[in-house]
Design a protein around this ligand. Sequence first.
Ligand SMILES: NC(=O)c1ccc[n+]([C@@H]2O[C@H](COP(=O)([O-])OP(=O)(O)OC[C@H]3O[C@@H](n4cnc5c(N)ncnc54)[C@H](OP(=O)(O)O)[C@@H]3O)[C@@H](O)[C@H]2O)c1
Length: 295
Amino acid sequence: MKILIAGSSGLLGSECKLVLGKDHEIIAPTKNEMDIISWDGVVETFQKTNPDIAINCAAFTDIEACETETFLVQKINIEGPRNLAQCSARYQCRFIHISSDFVFDGQKLVPQPYFEDDPPNPLSAYAVSKMESEKAVRHNAPFYSIIRIGWLYGINGRCFVKSIIKKAIEKSGDIYVADDQFGSPTWARRLAYQIKDLINTDARGIYHATAEGYCSRFAYAKYIIKKLGLTAVISPTSMKSLNKKATRPLNCLLENRLLKNQGICIMRNWKDDLDTFLEKYGDTIIREAEAAIEV
Ligand SMILES: NC(=O)c1ccc[n+]([C@@H]2O[C@H](COP(=O)([O-])OP(=O)(O)OC[C@H]3O[C@@H](n4cnc5c(N)ncnc54)[C@H](OP(=O)(O)O)[C@@H]3O)[C@@H](O)[C@H]2O)c1
């Protein structure tokens, strides 16, 4: 099949390109080649390439900046997905859109997870935009899958694993991490394989896809540091005391209920995948962090 990936230079998009590229023909335009906020640009790409499936991994993902960059959030996170959804309808293409655990308010008591049909109640500008992106997709694409994900890490792009390692290497004192926010650290590569399996089925609608099991962000940070044998001191704090502009949900747990019901869930325990990731890429990330200090 011919698969168009928007946002293929990002954390998830790069893994989708790699994994799906093994079995499919991939069209991976850069932002310059297809800016999803340009209706004409998106139409032109669909017209030229005629994809069977379009996957939207593109988004404005700087959660703090989303609080002030209102125009860009609206354009990239809502109008962009709408353009892609409408083109998917026009060119009879299946559409897969990536959404977020942040559509929920996180008020459920841990370890109660959020299910696909729980009502969204977003807390930040980014979260509102992701909820609106889902509506834009539902209303415009006849054959869509929306995949809600969270706590993603990977070798390309920004992620929590890299930023904790960087802080540890910088050795600039204690690293404060929230111990009252909970989620399921998910490897972007695993998710890309899950998307690969999902597109082999007729799966339609909203899906949750995060790693199995959960931890606090503090426990997550400590696990990374210990696993890599680093010496930084990770100290617990509350999310509130980190003084973020954007409010984050404290409970980010998603249950992969539909994937499991349909017998297509390949998500693993978060520790298993994180172990593999750190064994594979830990040294590279450490070397990159050390090189950044030397510059
Ligand atoms: N990372 C997480 O923990 C997490 C959690 C929940 C949900 N998500 C969702 O998962 C999806 C993928 O996230 P990610 O972490 O992989 O994002 P990312 O690393 O920030 O990558 C975003 C991608 O979007 C591209 N992009 C931005 N604006 C664009 C535009 N106007 N037109 C075309 N492409 C554009 C970027 O291109 P350039 O690099 O050229 O700017 C980049 O390739 C997003 O929908 C995000 O909301 C992520």
